[in-house]
Ligand binder design. Structure first.
Ligand code: ZN
Length: 106
């Protein structure tokens, strides 16, 4: 029988509630920090966002674009002379048609 456990929980429900909330906060903080780190964002700031906003912070973090994608979206590229797709300035091979660039013709 675990009536004593139920009784203890009822008696100390405030302590239990605070404990559960704190455990949740730390778990969501950790998850948010991990997710942010995977996406290339600073994990320290996101740990506290997860800590304070719980699942909301985690959802916001999950909705973020990848940091390198955000950079890639507005990178200044060059056009491939063969397929006319935009590729990175430093690319030596076109990622679309595998055209090889050289320094003189780009
Ligand atoms: Zn190309």
């Amino acid at each position: 029988m675990d009536n004593w456990l139920a009784a203890a929980i009822v008696d100390n429900w405030v302590t239990v509630a605070v404990g559960v909330l704190m455990a949740q906060a730390v778990i969501f903080g950790g998850l948010t920090a991990y997710l942010a780190d995977q996406k290339g964002y600073g994990y320290a700031a996101w740990f506290f966002i997860g800590l304070f906003f719980g699942v909301c912070g985690l959802i916001v973090c999950a909705g973020l674009p990848l940091e390198y994608d955000a950079r890639a979206a507005d990178f200044v590229g060059k056009r491939c002379p063969r397929c006319d797709e935009r590729v990175r300035v430093k690319a030596s091979v076109c990622r679309f048609c595998h055209h090889e660039f050289n320094e003189r013709t780009e």
